[in-house]
Every structure is written in structure tokens, then in C-alpha cells.
Write a protein that binds this ligand. Structure first.
Ligand code: 8YV
Length: 507
């Protein structure tokens, strides 16, 4: 429903709703606001003039403002909106929460005029400005913070790729149309009001975000300074969660979304999604299997090679002049012809084993049962026995309550002082305390790890070790795979909202 707004009177005598002309830097909001105030014969307030000196100082040196910087400024602007009299204000009002704050403080209906434009055009316009302290470098941070207003009935959205007068005319026409009740001029708002609302728990690459924002009203939980307040404000209308493997969706989060229908995971692992909570409410769950298998296997094998041959230290040896000063780099261990154990011979474990065969390694594996497709590999059911056999133990199990700490202190001890552990699954599969102790005392030779308890804030004890290779959970992190993963998330969401079968359903 569009809010009934009192339109501006052309003679400037009738009172009208305060107007906020908004958008990122370079969109022309000051010019448009000044022009509107002139036509409406009312006060114009340049929002930037109310920034405290500290904010201006930050922006001048190219530092982006954060929520805490902006709240007092928005409060000052909100008071102006709430004061009696007609007024047009220019203010970036980038986020939904900012606009809501202005609405609340105004205490009367507000009309927002959102000036939207492409980055290239905004850049060109900013480059032309000589009279403003805002450096061009801040444009990207503003674009990143921007939550384009969708499903906000009091917003008129206007494309800036047209002359100033045309923009101003459009704003005036839309406001008059609202008074006359012919709201079809505000098609942007109309269109977006019918979009399903989704909640993103963590960022996706831009190529996915652009598409998601076109199809859905996107609520970015990861940008919220106060998650609880954000969910209180937006949770009631969210129908889908787009999450990532390691972020999942907890029962607590699911409980705050009464209209939730589907959780779509950008990742093969769905251990962080509370499946019981989903099942109890008939909420569907999807993931992105297959498309990432080969990249994850590649990284696992690369980690083994890199750590066994000491490639990180060797690079340092060259860089810091040790090669010239001290001579040959210390000798390292070979991998070809040695023994590998694969704990979990699913899709990823199988691809790891396939690659290891190319290094003439002897391969054994553990799983719940022997696999018919495990050609030329030895089945060793007991993980301790597998570790005892292996020089290199790959952990490629889907994590669950059952597999928690399956790599126990016994498994670690069996792998031994010459053994290497490689984990490209989930941290919960390993008893991390036992692993750290074994690495510190030399009970275990080395470990190459892509996943950690509490990541990205890993236990600092890892950082003090020289027998580890630490990777930032990026086994699926190639452009090709991430594009395929994003597409699968989007296709699953699209199928759900079209009432079609899900492509990769978990629940
Ligand atoms: C992450 C993963 O989802 O596939 C999984 O289960 O953990 C990863 O692919 C990816 O890093 C995005 O966060």
C-alpha cells in the first residue's frame, strides 16, 4: 500500500510532507533538493552541513562512515524533519534503518526521492565536482552500504541518467500523482512491492547479488550493527534465507522468521542449518553439491604438496635472502609412492583419491561401508587403523553430530610424528584441542587445515606453530565454482517461488 502523502502545492502555501532527496555521493541530491525547494517555495537543508566535524574529517581523508558515525547526524536531520514547516533535505539515507530512523523522528509522513544510477555515471559526476570534500574513493563504500529502497511505499525512485530538470519534473509529477491517487507513475515502488523478501546471512559475490536484488527484496543481516533490532524490523516478512555453508541457519534465527519457506545454502555442507527446526515447520533446504567437488579436491591435494615440500618456507628462503646467505633449503618429505588415507569416500573424497593415484600413492579409505566404486583402494573401516596405515590422512566427511571429533586423540596419535592431517571438510570433525596439543608436542608431524573452530577467528595457538599450513576456508573459492554455486542457489530460490521442483533439495 502506498502511503497517503500530502502533495506539494505549487503555490507553496499548502503544507506538504517533508521531502528527503537521497542516494549515494554523486547522484545529484543536493542540486535536486535545492531545485525542489525553490519550486515549492520552502526551506532547503543540505544534509551534509549537519555532519559533526569528526565525520567530515573522516570523509575528507577517504574513510567511510559507519553506523555509529551516522546515527547522531541522522538524529539531527530527523529533528529538522520533525520541526514545523515545509522542508526539503538532501541526505544519503543509504540504509533502510537510516530511513526508518528519519521516519520515526519526523513523526509525520515523509516523502523520499531516491536518485538511483550506475556506478560509471556516478563516478563521472563525482570526478566533475571540485567543490566537495568527499573523495571519489568513498563512492564504492557508499554503494556497498546502500540498501536501495524497495517495498517502501513513501519512496519515489528516479533514474539519474537524465537532465536535472527532467529529474525534478519527474519528482514533482510523482508527488502530484500521489495526491491525485494516480500512483502508476511510481512504477518502481509498485514493481518491487510484489517481490519476495529474502534474508542473506553473509555476502555473496556481486554477480549473484545483482541478480538477487533484481528478483527479491534483499535484507542483509551481515551489515546490521544490531542483528536483533534488524530481525525485529525485517524478520516478519522474510520468506527465504540465502546463507553460506559455514553460516547456515540456527534454530534461533529460523524462529525469528515466521514466514520462512526455504533455506538455500551456498555450499555443499548444511551441517550449520538446523534441519530439525526446518522439518518441524515444513521449511525446504537446498545446497550446492557437485559443482564444487573438483575444486575442493584440488585444494586438498595442493595443501598436501605445499606443506610436505615446505613451499611456503621455501618462498621465504628466497625472499629473505637466506638462499644466498645460507645456501640450500632444508630437505623435505616426498609424497609420491607413499600412503594416503581418505576418511569419507563421498564425492570429494573420491576426487581426492583419484588425484592421489596420479602420484602413485597407496590409497586406503574409511566409510560407513566399502564402496563399489573404490577401485584399487583398500577399505579400512576403523579410523584409527586408517590413520595408522596412512602417511597423509585426508578428512573429507560431511559433518554431523555423528562425525563430531571422529578425528580423535587416538586417530591423531596413530597418524604419528611423521604423519600429516589434511582437513577440507569441517572443523567439528576433528578434536581441535587434541590436534593443537599433538602439533605442539610433535606427537603429530603436521597439519594442513582449511577450516577451524570459530572461524574466521581461529585459535591463536595455530599461529605459533611452524608445522601447519593454514588456509582461510577457500577450498571452493574459484571464480568458476563460486559462479556455479551462486547460480544453483538462485535457481533453487527461483524454482521454489515458481512452485517448481527444487534442483538440489536436502529437505
Ligand atoms: C562455503 C563450504 O560455503 O561447501 C561448503 O560446505 O563450506 C564452502 O563452500 C564457501 O566458502 C562460501 O562461504
Amino acid at each position: 500500500m502506498l502511503m497517503a502523502a500530502s502533495p506539494p502545492a505549487s503555490d507553496g502555501k499548502d503544507p506538504f510532507d517533508p521531502i528527503v532527496v537521497m542516494g549515494v555521493c554523486g547522484c545529484g541530491k543536493s542540486l535536486v533538493a535545492a531545485r525542489l525547494s525553490h519550486l515549492l517555495n520552502c526551506r532547503f537543508l543540505e544534509g551534509d552541513s549537519l555532519h559533526p566535524p569528526a565525520n567530515v574529517g573522516k570523509m575528507r581523508i577517504g574513510l567511510a562512515l559507519d553506523d555509529d558515525d551516522r546515527w547522531p547526524w541522522l538524529d539531527a536531520l530527523g529533528q529538522e524533519l520533525g520541526a514545523a514547516g515545509d522542508i526539503v533535505i538532501s541526505c544519503s539515507a543509504l540504509k533502510r534503518a537510516y530511513r526508518d530512523r528519519l521516519r520515526r523522528l519526523a513523526g509525520r509522513p515523509v516523502t523520499f526521492v531516491f536518485l538511483r544510477g550506475e556506478r560509471a555515471l556516478l563516478t563521472a559526476r563525482m570526478a566533475e565536482r571540485t567543490d566537495h570534500y568527499m573523495p571519489l574513493s568513498l563512492l564504492d563504500s557508499q554503494l556497498a552500504a546502500l540498501e536501495p529502497p524497495v517495498a517502501e511505499a513513501d519512496v519515489i525512485s528516479i533514474d539519474i541518467n537524465q537532465p536535472l530538470e527532467a529529474i525534478v519534473d519527474m519528482a514533482m509529477t510523482c508527488m502530484s500523482a500521489r495526491r491525485a491517487g494516480t500512483e502508476q507513475t511510481d512504477r518502481y515502488v509498485e514493481d518491487t512491492m510484489s517481490k519476495p523478501e529474502i534474508l542473506m546471512t553473509g555476502p555473496y559475490p556481486d554477480w549473484d547479488l545483482v541478480d538477487l536484488e533484481e528478483r527479491y527484496v534483499v535484507h542483509k543481516l551481515y551489515e546490521a550493527a544490531d542483528r536483533e533490532a534488524f530481525l525485529d524490523r525485517n524478520g516478519a516478512t522474510v520468506r527465504a534465507i540465502a546463507t553460506r555453508g559455514e553460516l547456515g541457519a540456527s534454530a534461533d534465527l529460523i524462529g525469528k522468521l515466521p514466514k520462512l519457506e526455504i533455506v538455500s545454502v551456498y555450499g555443499v555442507g548444511y551441517d550449520a542449518v538446523d534441519l530439525a527446526a526446518c522439518r518441524a515447520r515444513g521449511i525446504r533446504v537446498t545446497n550446492t553439491p557437485d559443482v564444487l567437488t573438483n575444486d575442493v579436491a584440488d585444494l586438498g591435494v595442493a595443501m598436501m604438496l605445499c606443506l610436505s615440500r615446505g613451499m611456503i618456507g621455501a618462498e621465504r628462503w628466497v625472499q629473505d635472502g637466506s638462499w644466498a646467505a645460507k645456501g640450500l633449503y632444508p630437505l623435505k618429505r616426498r609424497i609420491w609412492g607413499r600412503k594416503a588415507g581418505v576418511l569419507g569416500l563421498g564425492r570429494i573424497g573420491f576426487e581426492v583419491a583419484k588425484r592421489l593415484k596420479g602420484f602413485d600413492m597407496d590409497i586406503a579409505y574409511s566409510d560407513v561401508s566399502a564402496k563399489p566404486y573404490a577401485d584399487g583402494m583398500t577399505f579400512i573401516a576403523d579410523p584409527v587403523a586408517l590413520a595408522d596405515y596412512a602417511d597423509f590422512l585426508f578428512v573429507t566427511l560431511a559433518a554431523s553430530d555423528v562425525t563430531r571429533h571422529i578425528v580423535s586423540s587416538d586417530v591423531i596419535a596413530a597418524l604419528g610424528p611423521d604423519g600429516m592431517l589434511i582437513n577440507i571438510s569441517r572443523a567439528s570433525n576433528i578434536d581441535e584441542e587434541a590436534l593443537l596439543a599433538a602439533l605442539e608436542t610433535g606427537l603429530l608431524g603436521s597439519a594442513a587445515l582449511d577450516v577451524f573452530e570459530g572461524e574466521p577467528k581461529l585459535n591463536p595457538r595455530f599461529l605459533a606453530l611452524d608445522n601447519v599450513l593454514l588456509q582461510p576456508h577457500h577450498a571452493s573459492g574459484t571464480i568458476e565454482t563460486r559462479k556455479a554455486m551462486g547460480k544453483l542457489v538462485r535457481d533453487n530460490l527461483a524454482a521454489h517461488f515458481a512452485g517448481a521442483s527444487l534442483l538440489t533439495a536436502v529437505v
